[in-house]
Design a binder for this molecule. Structure first.
Ligand code: CP3
Length: 354
């Protein structure tokens, strides 16, 4: 199944090849800000009901593309499917975000951790990838994704979201060997998981290191980046003669751009705290950049949105190598009409830079 894409602007930008305009997609583009998503979720019964049923996952993946001329689709799933497959028991309680029934709260649980059987326990994800690729019918590329081992470990040890990461940091400082064991097993799982997504049809992959930015300089390199690096090394780089680019996104990673670019990834995702022009000066000869508008800009007026888009495009400047995105996921309280303004503004205002 190697048909030609109608719109491969996103893949070309990731490989820093010439494009006619700056492509874009939005993190969490399929989600609660869309009324049609909320309607499908109601039918599915729950968020996990959406993720675990390839028909529903396909339906919601396509929803934002039906509304906006986005340049990429992203698999509808969650980073926490991997620890769920490792037996931790993922569930979502209303208003409280993700939780685990069996978090890693002692050495015995950590030592018992095993790489899941991806072909069996995560088959619903690879089935969704195959089905989404068929439904996209060559229109735009499909992005596969995973959490970074450190970010996954945060949830696995804390048992859910956290404000201070006290449990996972205590483990990391008191029992670094146990922490490394979790990271090691998770790294093996993530490599197998991303490669299974690529085999099933993902045309680019993204690693979300959402919480790497809460670490000290030394801890980030030892407990987060070293494992991300191993994942990038272990990825399938080319399928059927076509490159499969990888994107590494570390929220709060602005201080470590050079180290992140040195993992061998094709692109680095930026949150909104760094000027993208400065990021380009630092690492733009090595990797493409993805980002980096503050998602809160979408709460502002269409004029303000266009102004911010123009500023970011101008700061990046002339030439390829930029995939426009938000610096983190779109808020559930965003107005879809404002997302439409963003998409149109990026496509229109970026042409002069190419
Ligand atoms: O971008 C996309 O459209 C693809 C789908 C996607 C989801 N989660 C769907 C989702 C992706 C790429 C993710 C990644 C993810 N999940 C991350 C990394 C990215 C980031 O945001 O930093 C993290 C940390 C998670 C874990 C997770 N899943 C949390 C913290 C939550 C609760 C968030 C909230 O706003 O309440 C989820 C749930 C989740 N994942 C939703 C969606 C659409 C909302 C679920 C719902 O419908 O209630």
């Amino acid at each position: 199944m190697n048909f030609k894409l109608k719109n491969d602007t996103f893949l070309r930008a990731l490989l820093r090849q010439p494009t006619e305009y700056t492509p874009l997609w939005m993190m969490r583009q399929a989600g609660r800000y869309l009324p049609e998503y909320r309607e499908t979720r109601k039918r599915a019964g729950s968020f996990l009901g959406l993720c675990k049923n390839p028909d529903y996952a396909t339906e919601v993946t396509l929803q934002p593309l039906e509304r906006f001329p986005l340049d990429a689709a992203i698999l509808f799933s969650d980073i926490l499917t991997v620890p769920d497959a490792m037996g931790l028991g993922l569930y979502f309680s209303e208003g409280e975000g993700p939780k685990f029934e069996r978090p890693l709260n002692d050495a015995a649980a950590i030592k018992a951790l095993r790489v899941p059987d991806i072909g069996k326990d995560l088959k619903y994800v690879t089935d969704a990838v195959t089905q989404i690729r068929k439904a996209l019918n060559g229109s735009v590329p499909l992005i596969g994704f995973s959490g970074s081992p450190f970010t996954l470990s945060c949830y696995m040890v804390e048992g859910g979201g956290s404000d201070d990461y006290a449990k996972v940091k205590t483990l990391m400082y008191n029992e670094p060997k146990l922490m490394h064991h979790i990271l090691e097993v998770t790294t093996q799982a993530v490599i197998a998981y991303l490669n299974a997504q690529i085999e099933a049809g993902a045309q680019a992959v993204m690693i979300f290191d959402s919480w790497g930015g809460v670490l000290s300089h030394a801890a980030f390199h030892e407990f987060s980046l070293a494992y991300t690096h191993r994942i990038v090394d272990g990825l399938i780089k080319e399928k059927d003669g076509v490159k499969i680019p990888s994107i590494v996104f570390t929220k709060g990673g602005g201080l470590w751009l050079e180290s992140i670019a040195n993992t061998g990834c094709d692109a680095v995702g930026l949150d909104w705290t760094i000027d993208i022009g400065i990021a380009r000066q630092r690492i733009g000869s090595k990797v493409a950049l993805q980002g980096n508008m503050d998602p809160a800009v979408l709460f502002a007026s269409p004029d303000a949105i266009r102004k911010e888009v123009d500023q970011i495009l101008g700061s990046y400047g002339y030439g390829s190598g930029h995939v426009f995105n938000l610096g983190h996921g779109i808020s559930q309280h965003s107005d879809p009409e404002h997302a439409a303004v963003l998409v149109a503004a990026v496509h229109e205002l970026s042409r002069k830079y190419h």
